[in-house]
Design a protein around this ligand. Structure first.
Ligand SMILES: Cc1ncc(COP(=O)(O)O)c(C=O)c1O
Length: 398
């Protein structure tokens, strides 16, 4: 990439982007919105399998509660970091139901404005410049972003199919430098791999041995199939001491745009993250927190219904993409299918050509790190009835 962002011109009065921005990876397919707009203007339809947003209905109790809460002037004030006590208590209740663990709603729960921001900011709460951070590659962007902006030595571990896309605990034990933070995410975006409890135990031990904090991103904990139940740090002895676990209303309750989630775990880490966030934000809108509290207190029939729809999509997606000639496995978790590029092209080139020729958007694996090159991600973002057409369009473009 030509590093325009770090190019300082001779004229010192003209603002230039800082060198730091030049160190960020380029975003493959930044031209997708323009291509999509052009196709739509030409009267063509676009099937977008690029985004992790299933578009399923939000729980009705969220909407009902928000209607009422929005008229309450108390909830229009700043939420600050502790937010609405009812939201934190509802989170503790949800964690108790889900993991059978008791969590202190004041000291071990931190409301966040969607988990993305706080996942990135955790690096600032945990690291000194020069400390090492281990991140999965491919992996969710804020892992790199947080570590990079914190001035850390970022170690990308290339996930491999032969390891089940897990980071082997010995990689943590042997990582270079002063390893202080390990980012981990299962069920995994983008590979859809899941982790068993035994594996997580080994990871917790390895992090303890290294004195590293484990950030366990469990955004997809409830999106699993074939009877698999995703473990979390609260399932593991010593798990909550070693790190933080993040959950999100986005995927579990189809509330992506509401921007709500939470961190739970080690109370000193919760305190440090809260302190950092004090300098960046003033908390989520409390009427939204009230609505999320109502959702979390509701029995979990919603999740079951939503999973049934995703299961039908998964079934249709696997069948359609296999018929199209793609080497697709049925995922055990997440909203994603992860498969090799079916040509000699780079992932980005394949995806751009596919979009132009067939109007189908896929995410090139390389958008999630160099380790994703050679792979493509499709989301369960469309109704089960549309997969046949998506598959047919892809097949015609191959
Ligand atoms: C791995 C991972 N973690 C967390 C999130 C959730 O983000 P948020 O809670 O900010 O919507 C996502 C969303 O795409 C994700 O893929």
């Amino acid at each position: 990439m030509t590093d325009k962002t770090s190019e300082h011109t001779g004229d010192s009065r003209e603002w230039c982007p800082p060198r730091r921005l030049g160190g960020l990876p380029p975003y493959p397919l930044a031209d997708v919105p323009d291509i999509k707009a052009r196709l739509l203007a030409e009267g063509r339809t676009v099937i977008d399998l690029g985004v992790g947003d299933p578009g399923l209905p939000v729980p009705s109790i969220a909407i009902e509660t928000l209607h009422e809460a929005i008229g309450n002037p108390v909830l229009s004030k700043y939420g600050f970091q502790r937010g609405l006590p009812e939201y934190r208590q509802a989170i503790a209740g949800w964690l108790a139901r889900r993991f059978g663990a008791e969590v202190d709603a004041d000291l071990e729960v931190l409301p966040v404005i969607g988990s993305k921001e706080a996942i990135a900011l955790t690096a600032l709460a945990v690291l000194d410049p020069g400390d090492s951070v281990l991140i999965p590659d491919p992996g969710y962007a804020p892992y790199f972003g947080g570590a990079y902006f914190a001035g850390a030595d970022v170690i990308r571990f290339g996930l491999r199919a032969e390891d089940g896309y897990l980071i082997p605990p010995d990689v943590i034990r042997r990582a270079r430098g002063r390893l202080r933070l390990v980012y981990m995410n299962y069920p995994n975006n983008p590979t859809s791999a899941v982790a068993e409890t035994g594996y997580l135990k080994d990871v917790v031990s390895a992090c303890r041995e290294r004195g590293a904090v484990l950030l366990f991103d469990n955004a997809y904990s409830e999106i699993t199939f074939d009877g698999f139940r995703a473990p979390g740090l609260l399932d593991i002895e010593g798990g909550r001491e070693v790190g933080l676990e993040f959950h999100s209303m986005s995927k579990t309750y189809n509330m992506t745009g509401w921007r709500l989630g939470w961190a739970t775990g080690n109370r000193r880490l919760i305190g440090a993250l809260r302190r950092v966030k004090t300098f960046f934000d003033t908390g989520a809108f409390m009427a939204l927190q009230a609505a999320a509290a109502a959702v979390l207190q509701d029995p979990d029939a919603y999740i079951q219904r939503s999973l049934e729809q995703l299961e039908r999509r998964r079934h249709a997606a696997v069948a359609a993409l296999r018929d199209a000639g793609l080497d697709v496995q049925a995922p055990r978790g997440t909203l994603y299918l992860w498969f090799p590029v079916p040509s000699e092209e780079k992932a980005e080139d394949f995806c751009r050509r596919l979009l132009i020729d067939s109007g189908v958007v896929l995410l090139p694996g390389s958008a999630m790190g160099p380790g994703g090159e050679g792979f493509v991600r499709a989301s369960l973002a469309i109704h089960e009835d549309r997969w046949e057409e998506a598959g047919r369009r892809i097949q015609e473009a191959l």
